[in-house]
Design a protein around this ligand. Sequence first.
Ligand SMILES: Cc1ncc(COP(=O)(O)O)c(C=O)c1O
Length: 445
Amino acid sequence: MNSMHAPASQQDLSLDEFWMPFTANRQFKDRPRLLESAEGMYYTDVEGRQVIDGTSGLWCCNAGHGRKEIAEAVSKQIAKMDFAPTFQMGHPLPFQLAERLVEIAPEGLNRVFFTNSGSESVDTALKIALAYHRARGEGTRTRLIGRELGYHGVGFGGISVGGMVNNRKAFGVQLPGVDHLPHTLDLERNAFTRGLPKHGVEYADHLERLVNLHGAENIAAVIVEPMSGSAGVILPPQGYLKRLREITEKHGILLIFDEVITGFGRVGSPFASQRWEVTPDIMTTAKGLTNGAIPMGAVFASDQIQDAFMHGPDGIIELFHGYTYSGHPVAAAAALATLDIYARDGLLTRIRDLEIYWQEGLHSLQGLPNVIDIRNTGMVGAVHLASRDGAPGKRGYDVFEGCFWNGLMVRNSGDIIAMAPPLIVEKSHIDQIINTLGDVIRRTP
Ligand SMILES: Cc1ncc(COP(=O)(O)O)c(C=O)c1O
């Protein structure tokens, strides 16, 4: 048991056995940050301190915490039917949920495949893309194209098309036949831009070079996050996503948008695809689908894509893919209750009224020590700090930790502080977030 620095209430908690994900385990266990309850915009930690949630948990609790309707839907569903398979069997909930999701999805994305996480959604989307081309007799289309600094979860598919070096370099093995577009972070030309940056549409043209290098007939799909969240809020330059759409369409390459973070109201419309008016062929989601309450993901595709699989004898399984928990009844119940809340409270577009206030609050931090860029869109923001000499990520971590002990939860991706408050946020919460972050940045060497 590692309780050396743990406060009184943690004395009985052994911290050794849980191998924590994406965590500096030894550092964390030396001074743990333990949350115990949550309501609205706030967590309460095991010491009873309130911490405002600047990150919607992990980009997932878009409707804020403690939603009674979700808790009730989940508990009712567990009591009624805890589990039922969806392999050669069914139950009404995932059908109902798919229908509801299609109502808010980008035009034409009217088929839904359920998963349990963003990583599984990504692997599912990549597999659908590959199998789709085969089903149409274009089986040479096997290459996948991701983007530098992209994050697509932690499956082998996701880390292969992803572009964050630490998520890749320790594992050696990756999918063969993967290329990456350049990332679009351009501090020289775009630092301190409010909203989508002006410069960089031409980063999309790199795709033409890859087509020239490999031949379009060998490329299956391009996958990008409309906005890179995990790498530190890297925004698409104006016109960039449209350019990617034009090039993919021209060459018969599928375009996959990974909307695991941008989905469910984060940038001011149900999906970023709608706000930025570019419709992909396939879209991956998770997180906000159930408000983070129960693990679930969903992959959207068009009926044309699904139809490509619907040939051969009726009794044949068209896609040999699925998870035991695809369309899990309890997760589906949570998602349906979540969609009700989003619709009733107008959360999928709510932040349009607040995004300028958020933007101006964030940009008021320009000029503070070590701040080299500030980025924002919708209810997302990042403050990019200069790295300390020889210690990349250390300043970002210190600010993250300082914020926590001062009652604010943010994320740090290296030296970038990323934020995405729940979509129920009010101006007073924004003030609290900005003031706390500003104070901590001022005090952090
Ligand atoms: C864009 C994107 N894709 C995929 C994932 C992976 O999701 P999960 O952690 O649920 O597997 C994430 C997680 O942050 C993400 O941001």
